[in-house]
Write a protein of this length. Structure first.
Length: 145
């Protein structure tokens, strides 16, 4: 799954406080954003996939475990597709870029974790490019923690 990229950010601190940044994140394709905050650390949000849209994820607070699957057939994906897991915490200051063609599942690792999501299409397009699969569809269960 070499198409998935982490874009490293950083932090600048002085007596006034701090600024977190990801200067190498080119936001020219971004059309909208939203913030995900799971109700608790047991909830898994997923499997949601996009055939056309791509997403960028940035942890604002806490941390998230992310499972990713490259979809091979949009109507009936193979159930044994390889699941790649990544963990992102706010202190890492990384943007996770997930290109079109992947399904994702997320689990908060700490209470009140928040995940900022950027998308490259407007909300009007979402209904036409939203594929949802049951949590136990791929390899038995998402986020085997």
């Amino acid at each position: 799954m070499s198409e998935i990229i982490s874009i490293q950010g950083g932090i600048a601190q002085d007596n006034r406080g701090q600024i977190r940044f990801v200067n190498d994140f080119d936001m020219s394709l971004v059309k909208r954003f939203y913030i995900i905050k799971n109700a608790d650390t047991e909830l898994v949000r997923g499997w949601r996939a996009h055939r056309i849209e791509q997403r960028w994820f940035y942890v604002l607070s806490g941390g998230f475990s992310v499972d990713l699957v490259k979809i091979d057939n949009w109507d009936h994906p193979s159930r044994d597709l390889k699941i790649e897991n990544r963990v992102y915490i706010a202190d890492d200051m990384k943007v996770l870029w997930v290109p079109a063609g992947y399904a994702t599942a997320f689990k908060a690792l700490a209470p009140n974790s928040e995940l900022l999501v950027y998308a490259d299409y407007g909300i009007h397009h979402s209904a036409n490019d939203d594929y949802v699969y049951p949590l136990d569809y791929f390899d038995g269960k998402a986020l085997k923690l």
